[in-house]
Design a protein around this ligand. Sequence first.
Ligand SMILES: C[S@@+](CC[C@H](N)C(=O)[O-])C[C@H]1O[C@@H](n2cnc3c(N)ncnc32)[C@H](O)[C@@H]1O
Length: 491
Amino acid sequence: MDRPSALIDTRIIYCGDCLDQLRRLPDDCVDLCYIDPPFNSNRNYEVFWGETKERRSFEDRHESTRAYIEYMRPRCVEIARVLKPTGSFYYHCDWHASHYVKVMLDQIFGENNFINEIIWKRQSAHNDAKQGSKHFGRIHESLFLYSGDAAEYQFNHVYRPYDEEYVEKFYKHIEPETGRRFQLGDLGAPGGAAPSKGNPHYEFLGVTRYWRYSRERMQKLYDQGLIVQAKPASVPRLKRYLDEGKGVPLGSIWDDIKPIQSNSAERLGYPTQKPLKLLERILEVSSRPNDIVLDAFCGCGTALVAAQQQGRQWIGIDISPTACRVMAKRLRDVSYVQESERLWRLGRGFVVRDLPQTEQQLRKMPPFEFENWAVIALGGIANKVQVGDMGLDGRIYPVSVIPTVKSGSLDFMDIWYPIQVKQKDKAGRPDIDAFEAAMIRSERMKGFFVSFDYTGDALTEIQRFFTQTGRVIVPLTVKEILEQEIARKLV
Ligand SMILES: C[S@@+](CC[C@H](N)C(=O)[O-])C[C@H]1O[C@@H](n2cnc3c(N)ncnc32)[C@H](O)[C@@H]1O
């Protein structure tokens, strides 16, 4: 297979456990890795997809902090292996396990390679500190930054605009002619009266001492009007203008990036989606153009979008096929990069690899993932509103229907077939009965049912339903979908 990058294939979303996927990558190949694994929250995530209110549980597998750490440890060991010695690693987590995570990461990356704990203040108030609760509002998350083993690692300072208080305090002088604010800086040599680095010693404007700059440079600054002396024989000082300052170097508390709000333009409805600005900042600090960025738990692909937009190479890994499809769509829609094997080989588009393709893999998938897989494999659209859509899992709009606009509305939207999915060895009569009821309620004449197999009773019932009502249920097996390669073509 052709390689768009000499070192390693990039612009790929790998579907699978990052432990397995990382093991396939060579040593020392990644410049920046960011991860935001599911937290050890000991509760079920309520997942709301899109704008609608589909509530699904997303089992948090980690029963205890210890189990969580033991789950994460081998994955972080792999990350440390693939990270270049000059690379950087960010682990995003919160109070549930952050202290244990820090200890684990010190063991893996080395205490000396710990650079920072960044506090991302994501909210000013939190609803977990309601009246009656007996704790402070949990309003921040932590990001642990480690470097690889090399003495030098990528770090580009980022500056924030000065705030008013800072300006008042440190730029208190105003130039009367121009109105420009400035501060007065020290011109003395660093180290005071006996500097060690051989700074020059001479007389300037009646003051003899060790100076920061050579006599020629001092003279030039003076001629430019940048050196001021309050009164004769007082120590001259250097004018530094506010409008020429870079700003305040960013510290370890980040309180200027808002979380994704329900009305954020970038919101996809994916649980725990992180703001693009956060990832943009991380990439800006710890990578250069064309560097290789890895997100091994990439959810809906925020890090990949940031990497694509900043001209970095990227690799994403996620265990969820649904997340992989969501992020692929996001890359196409938001970053305008095409999902195409042909273009990828030419070094332009991107590809998704290792989506589940065998019955065995599909049997092991969480039910929600399996339903999405089956619906998408048939070219359908997964239903967002379970409750409001009679329990159906998805719908197909037949390709034969040509959209026509009648009196301002698209009437082809009325022609759709329901899809019902059961992740069972054999779907039985009660499953078919429930689907028949849903078809009648939604006034559908044809529907698709997907399962691994069917009992004899279920197939007899499908036949009876057709004879008595003229309505068709097409029983599809997973094997059929896979063999017809529908999955590969349509997912
Ligand atoms: C908190 S979300 C990441 C959100 C992401 N930072 C974003 O902004 O969209 C965590 C993701 O990790 C994925 N995940 C969980 N276990 C995994 C594993 N072992 N390997 C790869 N991905 C995994 C989940 O499917 C989920 O999409």
